[in-house]
Design a protein around this ligand. Structure first.
Ligand code: NAD
Length: 258
């Protein structure tokens, strides 16, 4: 289709499964050099890496628990040691972190959800910025930070998922701030906000609940990970979206039109 992503160095957090893995696959298919991340390795990760490498792309795995700032730094350092820099950072690691009604929320629950969804993005982006700035200067093209937001950030989330929804709204908003600070450096910031996508995220829901949720979606079904991945490709590619920054792209089958 185009070769603007060939050789680009793409770090995708939380990419051993689900939406992140699908994003890794489309970047690999475009000839990018892709860093995969999850908390730890194992046979399943090995199989995933072999499958991705079959595209002919250069793939490497970087284990790191991104709830810890020191591991966010280590991830960026390890990726740069392997690939020599960063052109595209995708902050995708995240999750519900459990459910709790307001009156039951304690510090441990709050920290768990915020560390996973907010601190991980803040710290990984912080450590990636010097590399993204240098890559933009060297290439003469914009570099890109893309974070996975959520429909929950738009509408508040389900009961018990308020901190999760707020953590994603936090991401939607801090991107607007980073646009002000880093556009002069040639770095763009955009959000992909999935609706209800069929991944492990919904594993705890039974079929009846899934059918009820599907009924609230204009397309009457959950989205597939392959239907979300191209949005990351679009925002990552200077040739396609070089004048687009500070935006949120909702990929939700018409579940909501904010
Ligand atoms: P998933 O559970 O398949 O993916 C989560 C990924 O994050 C996995 O690769 C996991 O290894 C990684 N991860 C989790 N904790 C981590 C940690 N501490 N450090 C490093 N990596 C960690 O589910 P998914 O649906 O693909 O979720 C991906 C992103 O999409 C998440 O940010 C999620 O909040 C967001 N999202 C999902 C949906 C949905 O309906 N599936 C909707 C909106 C937003």
């Amino acid at each position: 289709m185009f070769d603007s992503l060939k050789g680009k160095r793409v770090l995708i957090t939380g990419s051993t499964t689900g939406i992140g893995l699908a994003a890794a696959r489309v970047f690999a298919e475009q000839g990018a050099r892709v860093g995969i991340n999850g908390r730890s390795g194992g046979p399943l990760i090995d199989d995933t890496l072999v499958a991705l490498a079959a595209t002919g792309a250069e793939i490497a795995f970087f284990p790191a628990d991104l709830t810890k700032s020191s591991e966010c730094k280590k991830l960026v350092d390890d990726f740069v040691a392997t690939f020599g820099g960063i052109d595209i950072l995708i902050n995708n690691a995240g999750g519900l972190g459990g459910r709790s009604n307001l009156e039951d929320i304690d510090d441990e629950f709050y920290d768990r959800v915020m560390d996973l969804n907010a601190r991980s993005v803040l710290m990984t982006t912080k450590y990636a910025i010097p590399h993204l700035r240098a890559a933009a200067r060297e290439s003469g093209e914009t570099t890109s930070v893309i974070s996975t937001g959520s429909i929950a950030a738009r509408e508040g989330g389900g009961v018990g998922a308020g901190i999760y929804a707020a953590s994603k709204a936090w991401l939607h908003d801090i991107h607007r701030n980073w646009v002000k600070e880093f556009t002069a450096d040639g770095i763009r910031f955009n959000i992909v906000a999935p609706g209800t996508i069929d991944t492990a995220f919904h594993a705890a829901k039974d079929d009846a609940l899934k059918a009820k949720i599907a009924d609230t979606i204009a397309m009457k079904r959950f989205g597939r990970i392959e239907e979300v991945a191209p949005a990351f490709l679009f925002f990552g590619c200077h040739a396609l979206s070089g004048y687009i920054t500070g935006q949120i792209l909702d990929v939700n089958g018409g579940q909501m039109s904010p």
